[in-house]
Design a protein around this ligand. Sequence first.
Ligand SMILES: Nc1nc2c(ncn2[C@@H]2O[C@H](COP(=O)(O)OP(=O)(O)OP(=O)(O)O)[C@@H](O)[C@H]2O)c(=O)[nH]1
Ligand SMILES: [Mg+2]
Length: 340
Amino acid sequence: MRLALCGLPSGGKSTLFAALSGRRGGMERGRGGSDTAILPVPDPRLDALSDLYKPKKTIYAQVTYLDPPAPAGGADDPATRLPQELKQVDGLVLVLRNFDAGLGAPTPAEDLRAFAEEMLLADLITVERRLERIAAERQRGRSTDGEEIALLEQARGLLEAEEPLRDTPELVGHVKMRGFGLLTSKPLMVVANNADDDPEPPELGPGVEPVVVRAAIEAELAELDDEERSEFMADLGLTDSALDRLIAASYRTLDLISFFTVGADEVRAWTIKRGTPAVQAAGVIHSDLERGYIRGEVMDHAELLSHGSEAALKKAGLVKVVGKDFVLSDGQVFHVLFNV
Ligand SMILES: Nc1nc2c(ncn2[C@@H]2O[C@H](COP(=O)(O)OP(=O)(O)OP(=O)(O)O)[C@@H](O)[C@H]2O)c(=O)[nH]1
Ligand SMILES: [Mg+2]
């Protein structure tokens, strides 16, 4: 899963990125591309399973965050004002400046509206350009796809009415719309980047609940070793890391869940979209498991922990045998029986 940081200039995207990438996991700086941080998803359930199995390896699920470079194009052209990289991710993290630091009094609610408008405009341009190309094709006597035109016109109508496309799932989920990378179709998570001494979420309007971070402090925390960090956090009265909350919120925003595979070699968390059928979940582990899927065995991680072993769980009748269409829930342990 990949999310990109976005927002108006100087919101603190790169500072937040430094906090994210410094903390743990790897950071890659692509040539001319986005700064990329691949972060393990902290998960106490996985830790507990790992204590039980004592495997050679414990592997956390991962989330990738990108900090795209500012676009090279002119600020006057709304078609190129936003980084192209935003089109290629699964979700967007909108970072709002809620600190002054010599940049002027913060106006996060206004910035949110302004950036939302930018995204609507960028999508409208994408949709109109595609419609123009189709019209030109038709002029030249080529055949065109009526269904695609109808979908694009529906999208144009919504965008002109300033409605983000994500609110119309049957439209954005349509296979003919996916390739456009329309920004307002992507899950959007709002982050308030607060001043160092301010823990309160800003008022952003009805239904908008930001994740509050203090990126400057978090970036400093990221540079400390574990012990120093605990002390510093205690001094600041911080109980949990904003970054852990950010990752958890990314999961919620993208409607993701984790399932686990367990064994003596490896205890591992995997990420799927909520509602994914078992056979596709198996495919996340390996394509052979999807192709050759026979059946699955599903256990609840808490029951496995309380019974102490799979054998005990089986005896208690708590291992479910499931077919291809079974829908996994968050926190289930999954074994796949397959044959290729
Ligand atoms: N006090 C304070 N200053 C911050 C915070 N986050 C960022 N800044 C400062 O705000 C300025 C802009 O931060 P950046 O992280 O570069 O913002 P950005 O969104 O990456 O900016 P662009 O990439 O230019 O769009 C820098 O001078 C940061 O040091 C914060 O949480 N608190
Ligand atoms: Mg930056």
